[in-house]
Structure formats: C-alpha cells, structure tokens
Write a protein that binds this ligand. Structure first.
Ligand code: PLP
Length: 441
C-alpha cells in the first residue's frame, strides 16, 4: 500500500465530483478495492443543468431519469426527491422505483415486451402513462385496461428513421424500437393512432421517440421533429380534433469522456427553436419531456481500483488493476473510453506506451484510454480511478471469473460517505449462483 501524506496532496479533478486523494485511500483501506463512489450533489446539479438547457421552450419541460442507466437505489432516491419523472422499462425497474418511494404519476412506462400480463400489473400498481411501440402491444394494453377497468394515457413510440450520429443509434430503418410513421402495415403510427382514437378506454397524449445514446450532433432531434410535425398535420385531415399534449424526445444527451460533446444548452437551444415553431404551427400547448440516463448519472460516479501488477517490455508498460470489464462492460462492448487517472498523478519521463489491463483472464480486458487519461507515475499499490462511470456500468456488472460485486459508496451533499450497496461476499455469490442447491450430483 502506498503511503500518501494528507497535507501536501492537491485535490484531484474528477471532472465532477472532486474528491480528496487521501479520502480515496482511506476508503480503500476501509472497504477494499475496487469500489464505486456516487456523488449526490452531482446527480442533483446534472438534473438542473439538463432542465436549464430547455429553458426557452414556451411550455412546461419535464426531465425523466432513465433508470436503466443506473438503478442503484441511492440514485433513484436522489431523483425521486427532486420530483423527476422516471423512464421505466420493466416490472423489475418499477419494483425498485416504487420501493424507493417513487410516485406512480411520475412514471413513463416504456417497455419492449408489452405483454398483457405486464400491463395488468403496471396498471394495478397505479401507473397511468404508457408508451406503446407495437400494434400487438397496443391490443394487449387495451385488453389489460378493460380487464382492470382503468383508462390509461398513451403515447405512441415512433421510429423517425432519421440519421443519427451517436455512440449507440436507436433510430434507423427497420429498427427494433417503435413504429414508422406511415407504411401500409399494421405496425405504423397512423394505424396505432386510429386504434387509440377509436378506443373508449385509452386517452391519447402524444408521441415519443428515442434516437440514441451519446448523441454527437443534435440536428437529428430537429429532423425527427420535422417528420413528426408533418405526420401530425397529415393525420389532422383524418382526425381534425387531434391534439398533442406531450412530446417526449427520449434520451441521448452526451457526456464528455475526454473529447468535446454538445452541452445541454447547445442541444436545448437548437431543439427548442424547432419545438417552439411546432407549438405555433400545431396550435397545441404540449409539454416537452426530455429523458436522460447517461447525462444525469455518468459524471456522478468514479470507480476506484488498485494497481496490482506491472510489467514493461519493448517500449510497452502494462498496468494491471484489480477492476476488469466485468465492472465496466461498455469498455469491452463499445470500446468506451473512461478517463482514468493514477492517484497521485505525477508526470514521469518514461517514454513507454501504456496498456491498462484488467484482472480478467480475457484478451479483451484491456481498457481503452481516453484523451483525458493520465496514467504516468503508475506504481504497485497506487490507486487508479475511472471517471464518469455512473451510467451503463454499475448496473451492467456480472460475476465473470467469480468476481463479486464491489461496494458502492454514496457521498451525501454534506460530504459524508455512506454505504449505498455493500460489497458482495464470495459466499453470497456462491449462494446466488445456486451453489447451495442440492442437485443430487
Ligand atoms: C426509451 C429510452 N429513453 C431514454 C434512454 C436514455 O438514453 P441516454 O442514457 O443516452 O440519455 C434510453 C436508453 O436506452 C431509452 O431506451
């Protein structure tokens, strides 16, 4: 263990949050490595920043947290206390949300499966706003609503089929999510709209789309909204009383992992201009919903790991940490570059190519480096932090190589660190994997 004197250490810039280096070492001693930290103040400030980006919209704006990005209860509770909406995609997520004190009126339920049993359960639990992305799902919702004698509100999830420049694209021709606007098939927005309007036990609210994650160019939102506006005007010929109460533009607000990305205010100003013109052209005072998982949660978290092995040959330096891609699956799946930093960071004069390797016995367990990574001065026993790991990471981890889930520490706004998830023991993992079931073998 490297001894780090408290008094002379500078603060470490972890984009946000800023955490004292000695505190990182003290927590490592107390909880072991690796461990995650989630910072409450950052979660709350990101919510405000995103909402602020759309401040010029004429009508109300609501921000929804997409809990698929991070369903740790400490995160859910922070956003529940901010009265955020929640994008919920499964019965399991709904269970977590309700058990964290979430109110059903703040749920937007957008599932992929859309079964009748699922809708019966969701309606029974009190959810009233449901996004539908298939004709079969719509029939299931109508059945569930009539069986439960409940009249839910519905949005149609469209697939605008626009070009999207993003790390993960969700809108493209023949995509998995939503329905195209027209088309002569059952699964089209025009057909779903007819069915909803003619159904006595549904209330039509508006439209939803989700274009992708880590969107690099916001023009795709404008293109999608233009297609949506044209579609609404066309459908008004058939249904003159068609009015839009909500437009939900999904997620996609990006986070900087070391290269510049558009900010919420840059995205907001472009998108708001189009939305305001839609308010005028359609004559509808619709509410805007902006969903976000990544932007709201990524920057609130760091992963703290320890250097456990080193080797140097032929101009290469291999730094082995006790984390691995089982904790940051996107590093392997999407080659996500989480900015890493040696703690304490010191410039060295070594002219070596750095390879940051995880602890797994797997070729792909080499972490991509970001332009913001700072990996000189690596020594055995020092810590290496991974920044911006709060989205699509903590909730992705799996027990590859019999690796247990690490603890999550929540830094409250008063600076106190509390355990938000205890580290799993190897005995608990054995139990979870069925080790104590008598299979008779
Ligand atoms: C329907 C929906 N909304 C919002 C999001 C959140 O996207 P992001 O985390 O990029 O903001 C997702 C992510 O998959 C999604 O499927």
């Amino acid at each position: 263990m490297v001894e780090v004197a408290y008094h002379y250490l500078p603060k470490i810039e972890v984009s946000t949050p800023i955490i004292d280096q000695q505190v990182l070492y003290d927590l490592a001693t107390k909880y072991g490595t690796p461990y995650f930290i989630i910072d409450e103040a950052t979660l709350r400030s990101k919510l405000r920043e995103l909402k602020d980006g759309f401040k010029d919209f004429f009508n109300p704006v609501r921000i929804a947290f997409s809990m698929k990005a991070n369903f740790n209860p400490s995160v859910i509770k922070a956003f529940v206390s901010e009265d955020a909406l929640f994008d919920v995609t499964s019965i399991g997520e709904l269970f977590f949300y309700l058990n964290c004190g979430g109110a059903t009126e703040n749920v937007i339920y957008t599932s992929v499966t859309e079964t009748k049993e699922e809708f019966c359960e969701v309606l029974e639990k009190g959810v009233r706003l449901i996004v539908i992305g298939s004709f079969n799902g719509l029939l299931n919702l109508i059945d569930a609503a009539s069986e439960k004698r409940i009249i839910p509100s519905v949005m149609i999830r469209v697939n605008p089929e626009v070009g999207v420049k993003a790390e993960v694209r969700a809108s493209y021709r023949y995509g998995k999510f939503g329905v195209p606007f027209n088309g002569h098939t059952t699964d089209s927005a025009s057909n779903l709209l007819r069915k909803i309007i003619n159904s006595k036990n549904l209330i039509f609210e508006g439209f939803h789309f989700h274009l992708g994650s880590q969107i690099e160019n916001p023009i795709c939102f404008v293109n999608a909204l233009e297609k949506l506006e044209t579609f609404i005007l066309k459908m008004r010929k058939e249904f003159p009383d068609l009015h839009i109460k909500i437009i939900d533009i999904g997620g996609g607000t990006p986070v900087s992992y070391g290269t510049p990305v558009p900010s919420p205010s840059e995205i907001g100003s472009i998108v708001t201009k189009k939305l305001n013109s839609m308010v005028q052209n359609l004559g509808d005072q619709f509410t805007l919903i902006v969903e976000s998982g990544r932007f709201l949660s990524a920057e609130a978290s760091i992963l703290v790991s320890k250097i456990i092995n080193l080797k140097v040959y032929e101009g290469h330096k291999f730094i082995f940490v006790d984390a691995g891609y089982h904790l940051l699956l996107d590093a392997a799946l999407l080659r996500q570059e989480y900015p890493q930093e040696v703690v304490p960071y010191v410039e060295d004069t070594e002219n070596l190519k750095i390879n940051l390797a995880g602890r797994l016995c797997d070729t792909y367990d080499i972490f991509p480096l970001s332009p913001a990574s700072k990996l000189s001065g690596a020594e055995l026993g020092k810590l290496i932090i991974f920044r911006n790991v709060g989205a699509y990471s903590i909730v992705f981890n799996m027990p590859f190589h019999c690796q247990t889930k690490p603890p999550i520490l929540f830094r409250k706004t008063n600076g106190e660190f509390v355990l938000a998830r205890k580290g799993e023991t190897i005995e608990e993992l054995f139990e979870e994997e069925g080790g104590n079931i008598n299979t008779g073998v």
